[in-house]
Design a protein around this ligand. Structure first.
Ligand code: FMN
Length: 315
């Protein structure tokens, strides 16, 4: 039995990662219903909005799902933890900050904790603090990334050698071959973001899905390096505008406004690439269809099994 599945109470070792303010109960519930772990993210939403999202997701699925709290992004992390306890959630994912102070309260309430990490040091600290699972994220991934910029390929074996808790590899996985690869590196599963954008259930703008389908292997870019806050976006007029503004010396505050969750929603939900951005990972270039979530998960598991069997004859 896969330890990650056992801890989370799911069938397939595939996690849909948090998606800030575009998080959707429809997508998260579809992933959980299909046997993976869906996640709704709090982003910068108000408590009322997050509460609404939790209620909607609970109405759509009785299976486990996670609430992602991005610690340095959300202004109300302690209150969100209390909300997770109040609604008796089974899993909380802590990202973008030090999870240690927040883990005890969740553990006392019997909530499983996934900590998103991007270095061996962070991974060991999160394990010591009691995290049940680590999502180790390489900088191939969509959205806000670690400034350390370590790739999934290099990060996963180093983290899985350093900790005992199960690790889900995030960043650059979009098919069964990617899943097989991270299992071979010692992970117990994968966390994906970009691949789930191009699914039938994802309620995002058609042009966001199409942008991913049309992407080549060079169609994402990193912005925010000069502010120590990097994020990976699909190349677009707005992303290029962000890059120009950064090069021309906008202040950190101005840049934060330009990369706010409002601009995220404008890009991802309205498909407006002049005024908003679309998060996207390097693996976009591999994605060429829009399956249902259940089709995607079934296909990935079959392909990963085949790939692992095939690989043994290669050495
Ligand atoms: C639209 C979008 C929004 C994201 N927002 C968040 C977030 O709020 N919190 C977080 O921890 N990760 C966030 N991520 C990262 C994903 O949860 C996931 O770890 C990542 O996408 C995995 O890499 P991949 O894009 O190569 O699959 C986001 C990803 C996407 C695509």
């Amino acid at each position: 039995m896969n330890r990650l599945c056992e801890i989370l109470g799911i069938n397939y070792p595939i996690i849909q990662g948090g998606m800030g303010n575009i998080s959707s109960s429809i997508l998260a519930a579809a992933v959980s219903e299909a046997g993976g772990l869906g996640t709704i993210g709090a982003g910068t939403m108000s408590m009322e909005e997050v509460e609404g999202l939790i209620v909607q997701t609970k109405e759509r699925t009785k299976k486990p799902f996670s609430l992602n709290i991005a610690l340095t992004v959300s202004s109300c992390a302690p209150e969100l933890l209390k909300l997770a306890v109040k609604y008796n959630l089974s899993v909380v994912t802590l990202s973008a900050g030090n999870p240690s102070p927040y883990i005890p309260l969740l553990k006392e309430a019997g909530i499983k904790v996934i900590a998103v990490t991007a270095s061996v040091k962070q991974a060991k600290k999160a394990e010591e603090a009691g995290a049940d699972i680590l999502a180790a994220e390489g900088y191939e991934a969509a959205g806000i990334n670690s400034n350390l910029e370590t790739t999934t390929m290099a990060l996963i074996p180093q983290i899985t050698s350093a900790v005992k808790v199960p690790v889900a590899a995030a960043g650059g996985v979009a098919d069964g071959r990617g899943l097989a690869a991270v299992l071979a590196l010692g992970a117990c599963g994968a966390q994906m973001g970009t691949r789930f954008i191009a699914t039938k259930e994802a309620p995002f703008h058609e042009s966001y899905k199409q942008r991913i389908l049309d992407a080549s292997d060079h169609d994402t870019m990193i912005v925010g390096r000069s502010f120590g806050r990097i994020r990976r976006l699909m190349v677009s007029p707005y992303a290029e505008q962000l890059m120009r503004a950064e090069n021309q010396g906008v202040t950190h505050e101005e840049f934060s406004d330009m990369t706010s969750e409002d601009h995220h929603k404008t890009g991802a939900l309205e498909g407006n690439v002049q005024k908003g951005f679309m998060n996207g990972g390097q693996i976009s270039g591999l994605i060429s269809d829009i399956p249902s979530v259940a089709e995607l998960l079934d296909r990935m598991i079959t392909e990963a099994r085949e790939q692992l069997l095939k690989a043994q004859f290669l050495i």
